[in-house]
Design a protein around this ligand. Structure first.
Ligand SMILES: C=CC1=C(C)c2cc3[nH]c(cc4nc(cc5[nH]c(cc1n2)c(C)c5CCC(=O)O)C(CCC(=O)O)=C4C)c(C)c3C=C
Ligand SMILES: [Fe+2]
Length: 451
């Protein structure tokens, strides 16, 4: 029996538009390798162009929860064996691979992330790089649609829907030397300046190619990571990998901005909406170089949190370091999370309520020549050092149309006068050019590699 489900569009917390596509219940596709069938999950496609009109960044958990009752439950119940009501609907959420922009930039935070850099193998050049990007794009498109990988599925994502999987590709500075495309290398990819507080491990930085994988299911994310790595074949080798996480969708009673491992609400003042993104996050459609139209530049920093020191501070002192309350992210000058900070407000002794070196003050666009970045972080925890110090912190991923007008001025200022800097350590760094999204039939980076 084929059941037609209605189109459901819902606005989450006034920020995210979600298009829930009408799904006709077809028999599940046959897995070409095993001959078995994948379960037919109803698929909910997010913002078809790659950027929904408004995104709810930092709120892992918002949509599955809001839409569960409306759309997915009926779909899953009908699809599940024996009409069992599923626990959640997050498996059916899907991000588009094709579109103006690559997914994974303005997409909601996912609960699981893998960041990887690859180096092209000795002897591999432009031709091999083009073939690799063609393979990777085809694989990403299939996996993001919830389909098994072509030519050697490893079954790890079996039973799950796409779970908001995104696979995002970028090129590092060295990629252009390796492929003979130096003349196409954007100035924006010039190496970042050194910062006095940098303690960078070069082996865990940069690289020819960068891949960001995010999903709301750990196995779906692992599956994509493993398939992408196998797909590289002899053309490229993993240079470094970092694994991160965020809160699981639905863990909080209502949609909330994410918390980091210092316990702070983090992401409040991210740019939101088309206008903000187009001004500060994406290279304009007529921008330079041509092949970067609708692309973006990503800076990644592995930032260790010195949690043993941080956790010794009283809550009050922790709040002064940031300038915001831990409980709800509101400024110390009062109000709610989104209330504007009263930057000049003083207490009875005449001291600024939000200290002069508070992180939320020093990082503001109006203190940094208007520099605006889109922060889309994952937390990480890679165990403990021998002395018991946690190796945990933030995989800081920030997006901008030009790093010299985004990350660089903000980090320069933080480097000089941020109260947070004595509780963190930047341990790895990378900068990559992330091209615009691929049109149907195209692969990511085709405009560069076939120009
Ligand atoms: C170079 C850019 C930045 C780095 C590196 C960075 C590290 C970092 N930040 C936090 C926690 C918070 N950051 C907050 C705001 C904030 N941070 C940056 C930039 C960097 N942060 C910006 C541009 C902003 C927004 C400024 C504004 O427009 O007002 C906040 C407050 C809440 C929020 O707005 O998101 C917190 C909390 C940590 C823990 C950290 C390194 C580990
Ligand atoms: Fe910050």
């Amino acid at each position: 029996m084929h059941i037609r489900r209605p189109v459901v569009t819902r606005r989450a917390a006034g920020h995210a538009d979600w298009l829930v596509r009408a799904v006709s219940e077809q028999p599940p596709p046959v897995d070409p390798h095993s001959g078995s069938r994948r379960p037919s999950l109803p698929v909910r496609v997010k913002g078809a162009s790659g950027v929904s009109r408004r995104q709810l960044l930092g709120t892992a958990g918002a949509t599955g929860m809001l839409l569960g009752a409306a759309a997915g439950v009926a779909g899953h119940a009908a699809a599940a064996p024996g009409n069992v009501t599923p626990l959640t609907t997050l498996g059916s959420d899907r991000s588009p691979f094709h579109g103006t922009y690559q997914s994974g930039i303005t997409s909601e935070l996912q609960s699981r992330g893998h960041l990887l850099a690859f180096d092209l193998a000795a002897g591999a050049g432009r031709r091999e790089a083009a073939a690799l990007m063609r393979r990777w794009s085809a694989t990403a498109a299939r996996l993001m649609a919830g389909e098994p990988a072509d030519g050697g599925d490893i079954d790890v994502a079996r039973d799950a829907g796409p779970s908001s999987l995104t696979v995002t590709f970028g090129f590092g500075h060295s990629f252009f030397d390796r492929t003979g495309l130096q003349h196409q290398r954007p100035r924006a990819l010039d190496p970042l300046p050194d910062f006095s507080s940098d303690r960078l491990d070069k082996a865990r930085g940069n690289g020819d190619l960068w891949v960001q994988i995010g999903a709301n299911d750990a196995l779906v994310a692992f599956n994509a990571m493993r398939v992408i790595q196998r797909n590289a074949g002899p053309a490229a080798r993993v240079r470094w990998q970092m694994n991160g996480f965020n809160r699981s969708p639905g863990a909080t009673a209502h949609p909330m901005t994410a918390r980091n491992l210092m316990g702070q609400i983090d992401g409040t003042r991210n740019p939101r909406g088309d206008d903000d993104f187009e001004k500060s996050v994406f290279v304009p459609a007529d921008g330079e170089p041509d092949w970067m139209a609708n692309g973006s530049y990503v800076v990644i920093r592995r930032i260790r949190m010195l949690l043993d020191d941080w956790e010794k501070l009283s809550r009050r002192d922790q709040e002064k370091v940031i300038g915001r309350r831990k409980s709800d992210g509101a400024p110390l000058t009062g109000g709610a999370e989104t209330t504007a900070i009263e930057l000049e407000k003083t207490d009875a002794e005449g001291n600024l309520v939000v200290p002069i070196n508070a992180h939320a003050r020093v990082s503001r666009p109006d203190y940094n020549q208007g520099a605006t970045i889109l922060r889309r972080m994952f937390s990480y925890h890679d165990g403990h050092d021998k002395d018991g110090t946690p190796d945990a912190g933030m995989l800081f991923v920030c997006w901008q149309a030009d790093p010299l007008r985004g990350f660089v001025p903000v980090q320069r200022h933080l480097d000089r006068g941020d109260a947070l800097s004595q509780y963190i350590r930047h341990e790895a760094s990378g900068l990559y050019a992330v091209p615009g999204g691929a049109a149907d039939g195209e692969y990511v980076g085709q405009r560069l590699l076939e120009a």
